[in-house]
Write a protein that binds this ligand. Structure first.
Ligand code: FAD
Ligand code: HEM
Length: 399
């Protein structure tokens, strides 16, 4: 339990966390991954290199200190973290390791300011937050294990089929190696996959949306992240494209995620950029199958026809809708191809203006793209509860 005095001490550290939280958490990760190098196999090494995970945890710790008197505003964030943890198979006993390195880091970074009383207060506060997450995660694990065809942690899958979907996206159709069935996967949910990457000598997890699901197989569709002059090639996506062949095995977590289509009859606007098509297509297919009369505005943004993943499936689903409109934006098309789309340019927020005011919005694409659309929708008066988006990364985005 955190005493009132301890809560006051934790709240008193808020200004320090605001200013130096990322430095503290960066120190923490360095310390933990040095002291417990086995954890490099569960933390996304690209998120570490780019500082995304350091910022995600620093902002979670700050939000916790700010809300320690009443944690209810944090419940959606707790659920989001618990879901991510469960797809990576985080276990209760690992909280002790994180706690040990976090407290030692507070002591090392704050120096003399870290009195015994303050450290005790943070130990109690960490224990209390850890319990909230452990409880949320064990509830998810239990639900997964109890559901028909479900499992918790990792399960080996065999690649039944590979399909090239566009210039840089390949789908992998995956079946449980044990020949068993799968739980129901809601359109928009994702799994983690885990593989040993010889290039870094580590096992690494990554998340992929289930772009199609059946009772005994699921499909993920992976964009190959190419190297640029400023950044190296993506580790996992290149490994999957180059090395994961039909008949090979890979570990997969059970589907989870709250970026799912609400059962409703209201008009819906689906907005996808690039490989952000994966959850959006799963939603589109479910509307085409279950509620084809529902009004759908579907916005797709990609470079050109060759970079439109799963295009045939999108067209098929759009054709089964009674009230569907496809708005296609090719950002790099020329000539005839440019004339085959709504506009040969990026999507501008004004392009969304024709959508009915009572629509629910589902958006997936790069963060700056989503941020731009979400801000425009808010400015137009669309309620935050009607705007849903999924980040293909770690950490948040302001709504
Ligand atoms: C919920 C969710 C669903 C997702 N669904 C999909 C999906 O359906 N399809 C899909 O393709 N992806 C999806 N993703 C993204 C996916 O999980 C991976 O992030 C993506 O495949 C890239 O992984 P990678 O290992 O290839 O690249 P990483 O090796 O993880 O690299 C990612 C980026 O970081 C850069 N980087 C790495 N190290 C450094 C460094 N030292 N300095 C500078 N830059 C660096 C790389 O150049 C690259 O641009 C999803 C993510 C989430 C969270
Ligand atoms: C109170 C303790 C903890 C807090 C507040 C916390 C917070 C977070 C947050 C905010 C994220 C980002 C979620 C997202 O946006 O997707 C995250 C991801 C993650 N957490 Fe935790 N976490 C805690 C404990 C742990 C523990 C004990 C482990 C296991 C050692 C762990 C491993 C991970 C991993 C592997 C990720 C994904 C990282 C990535 O994709 O880069 N966390 N956590």
């Amino acid at each position: 339990m955190v005493t009132p005095r301890q809560k006051e001490l934790v709240k008193a550290t808020v200004p320090v966390l605001r200013e130096h939280g990322v430095a503290l958490i960066s120190h923490f990760y360095k310390r933990m991954l040095h002291g417990n190098p086995e954890l490099k196999n569960i933390f996304n090494q690209a998120h570490q290199a780019e500082g995304h995970q350091q910022r995600a945890l620093a902002s979670a710790v700050l939000a916790y200190a700010e809300n320690i008197d009443d944690l209810s505003p944090l419940l959606p964030a707790v659920r989001h973290i618990a879901i991510k943890h469960c797809t990576i198979g985080i276990r209760a006993e690992q909280y002790g390791i994180v706690g040990k390195h976090l407290l030692a880091s507070i002591k090392e970074v704050l120096g003399d300011a870290a009195t015994e009383e303050l450290l005790d207060a943070w130990a109690a506060a960490y224990g209390s937050l850890a319990k909230v997450l452990i409880d949320a995660e064990s509830a998810i694990y239990e639900e997964q294990s109890m559901s028909e065809g479900g499992w918790s942690g990792w399960r080996p899958f065999v690649v039944a089929k590979r399909v090239q979907e566009s210039a840089d996206v390949t789908s992998f159709h995956l079946r449980p190696a044990d020949g068993g069935t799968l739980p129901v996967c809601k359109p928009g949910q994702f799994v983690s996959v885990r593989a040993y990457l010889p290039s870094v000598g580590l096992v690494q997890p990554r998340q992929y949306t289930v772009s199609a699901a059946g009772p005994d197989s699921l499909r993920i569709s992976v964009k190959r992240v190419a190297a640029t002059s400023a950044a190296p090639a993506g580790m996992m996506s290149n490994h999957l494209h180059e090395s994961l062949k039909e008949g090979d095995c890979i570990d997969v977590s059970a589907p989870l995620g709250d970026f799912t289509l609400a059962d409703d009859t209201s008009p819906v606007a689906l907005v996808a950029a690039g490989v952000g098509i994966t959850p959006i297509l799963a939603m589109l297919n479910s509307i085409a199958k279950d509620t084809p009369e529902r009004a759908v505005d579907f916005f797709m943004v990609c470079q050109d026809r060759a970079h439109f993943p799963l295009r045939g499936e999108v067209e098929q689903a759009m054709n089964s809708l009674k009230n569907g409109k496809l708005h296609l934006f090719y950002t790099k098309a020329e000539g005839d191809e440019a004339r085959q789309c709504e506009a040969a340019r990026r999507l501008a927020p004004t392009d969304l203006a024709s959508v009915s005011a009572d629509a629910d919005w589902y958006i997936c694409g790069p963060v700056p793209f989503m941020q731009e659309q979400v801000e425009a929708l808010k400015a137009r008066g669309v309620a935050a509860e009607r705007i849903h988006f999924e980040i293909f990364g770690t950490g948040g985005m302001s709504k």
